[in-house]
Design a protein around this ligand. Structure first.
Ligand code: PEP
Ligand code: MG
Length: 583
């Protein structure tokens, strides 16, 4: 009999195949006393294990696929750096000397205290790093116990065309398993923002995380179906179910091939209204996929990723180098550079400085942080201005909540323009300056703020978080995250009307625009410009090109007056019926 389980789908796609259960390795750590004359030898044994672990990770790093949307090698590099950090390389040696104990026990003792520190951190990103420490330590423990290969390396031949089910997976394991040919994976732990989930999306592996007791419910060699979009796992599917998913898989392949043909077609609705469709990026490397799908403009470049996985903030030259790479790759198209949106779930560098805020999402984040940390902000502003001499650069300010912030940025820009003139460095004196509409206060008063700027971009990810008073990274309140809440829809409509009234362009760059179910609704709300993630670009183009604006506003108005979830769903389905052509 088949069994259906639900987890969090973090990387879309359907996979059908045999299970391989990657057993969680129990490394038994025994404590024993090392006689004084043998202490140096024990330390040497520990250092050799560290050395071998480093070599293993370096080998994996050097074999990671290049030109992916995420710097995969950097994740492995982070594990190598942990291994080299004194918390794991020196502290255990002190414990060996102090307690005259064996290396395994000293390392475990040290690992437990480091993990405890990470676990107590309120920041979800930092507290999730305790898993990285445990994975690095497990590798060294394994070597100390005489096993040189990890469970993944030992099971390499089982991965070909397998769906791997595991308690948890490290980024290094994920890279290796992809190399060995897995179809998909399911884990008991992990969240959508874990490095492993990011990697799965980047590597194109369908994946489901946070499926409690998956390793107990699923048996070795079971047949499995994975739907990575919905987070559904079907164990031992009947012939009918397998048949259904196989046909969906074929349909997806057909759709992907059909979408490819849209690459060079214009973005225009069935009634002839042209729509601007741009792309969101996080790294200059993303430009490879942007070019592949035919993206001609960057509507949102999230520059905060330049600050991550490093100790020192990027220099002006490093900012400039990244921006010039994007400008070059977009071949004359617009590049909207958003000043860094750090704080809340995206801490500065590796460690959070200063006291932890009670409500980080309402605290020193984005433009608030930029204006407080001018030594971080000014090099970025200089680089954006310098980059503006080389292409159609626009500057976008995140999380604006009042006029003062816009005026302060303008003042800083004027000062930097003076400086650059003195340094004889070219820049665009009319650099367009825009704001994100993601704080409800701005959405309600867009008519007042639009005249102060050159363009606006609605960030629904945050607009929803702040309107519905729920933390967007907190799984316990995720069920309340509702893009179709009438309050959210009314705020979007008010923003569009406010911008139109001031004759200023407005776009929407939140995840809502990358979800084809909502695009017709957004068109009905009056939006005529979107920025979406590159993987969604062609699908959204197809949805727009098969939409007729006639009748959309009537349905939209109904939705803005609906509080019943069932009624909302039935209205959303009717939007699709308005599509006249299906590719
Ligand atoms: C948003 O809030 O919708 C947005 C695009 O910004 P980010 O997701 O980077 O906060
Ligand atoms: Mg935002």
């Amino acid at each position: 009999m088949s069994l259906t389980l639900h987890g969090i789908g973090v990387s879309k796609g359907i996979a059908i195949g045999k299970v391989y259960i990657l057993e969680h390795e129990q490394i038994e750590i025994i404590e024993y006393c090392v006689p004084k004359p043998h202490i140096d030898l024990e330390i040497k044994r520990f250092q050799q294990a560290l050395d071998l672990a480093r070599k293993q990770l370096q080998k994996i790093r050097d074999h990671t696929p290049k030109l992916r949307t995420v710097d995969i090698a950097a994740f492995i590099e982070a594990h190598i750096m942990m291994l080299e950090d004194s918390m794991l390389s020196t502290a255990p040696i002190e414990l060996i000397r102090k307690f005259q104990c064996n290396a395994e026990w000293a390392l475990q003792k040290q690992c437990d205290s480091v993990v405890q520190v990470f676990a107590e951190m309120e920041d979800p990103y930092l507290s999730a790093r305790k898993t990285d420490v445990q994975q690095v330590v497990a590798r060294v423990q394994r070597i100390l116990r005489g096993h040189t290969d990890t469970p993944v390396e030992m099971a390499s031949e089982h991965f070909v065309n397998a769906i791997v089910v595991a308690e948890d997976l490290s980024p290094a394991d994920t890279v290796l398993m992809q190399h060995y040919g897995i179809l998909a994976f399911v884990t008991e732990y992990g969240g959508a923002t874990s490095h492993t989930a990011i990697l799965a999306r980047s590597l194109g592996i369908p994946a489901i995380v946070s499926l409690p007791r998956a390793c107990s419910y699923i048996q070795p060699h079971d047949q499995l179906v994975i739907d990575g979009s919905l987070g559904v796992v079907v164990v031992a599917p009947s012939e009918e179910i397998s048949h259904y998913y196989r046909s969906r898989q074929r349909e997806q392949k057909r759709q992907t091939a059909a979408l490819g043909k849209l690459k060079s077609s214009p973005v225009v609705t069935l009634d002839g209204t042209p729509i601007t469709l741009q792309v969101n990026i996080e790294f200059p490397e993303d430009m490879e996929v942007v070019n592949r799908v035919g993206g001609e403009g960057i509507g949102l470049y999230r520059t905060e990723f330049l600050f991550m996985n490093r100790d020192q903030p990027p220099t002006e030259e490093e900012h400039l180098d990244a921006y010039l790479r994007v400008i070059k790759a977009i071949k004359g198209g617009p590049v909207t550079i958003r000043t860094f949106d750090l704080g809340a779930d995206k801490p500065i560098g590796k460690r959070h400085e200063g006291p932890l805020a009670t409500n980080p999402a309402l605290s020193l984040r984005a433009i608030r942080l930029c204006l407080k940390e001018l030594k971080l902000f000014k090099p970025q502003l200089r680089a954006i201005l310098r980059a503006s001499a080389h292409g159609q650069v626009r500057l976008l300010i995140p999380m604006v909540s009042g006029l003062q912030e816009i005026l302060q940025v303008r003042k800083l820009i004027a000062e930097i323009q003076e400086e650059l003139t003195q340094r004889s460095l070219p820049f665009n004196p009319n650099l367009p300056i825009g704001i994100m509409v993601e704080v409800p206060a701005i959405a309600v008063c867009t008519d007042l703020f639009a005249p102060q700027v050159d363009f606006l971009s609605i960030g629904t990810n945050d607009l929803i978080q702040y309107t519905l008073a729920l933390d967007r990274v907190d799984g316990t309140v995720n069920y309340l995250y509702d893009p179709l809440h009438p309050a959210v829809l009314r705020l979007i409509k008010m923003s569009v009307e406010g911008a139109n009234h001031a004759n200023k362009p407005i776009s929407l760059c939140g995840e809502m625009a990358s979800d084809s179910r909502y695009v017709r609704l957004l068109l009905g709300l009056g939006l005529r410009a979107f920025s979406v993630h590159p993987q969604a670009f062609l699908e959204i183009k197809q949805t727009i090109n098969t939409s007729d604006l006639t009748g959309l506003s009537e349905l939209t108005n109904k939705l803005m007056k609906t509080v019943s979830a069932t009624e909302t769903l039935s209205i959303i389905e009717r939007f699709d019926h308005l599509a006249k052509v299906v590719i």
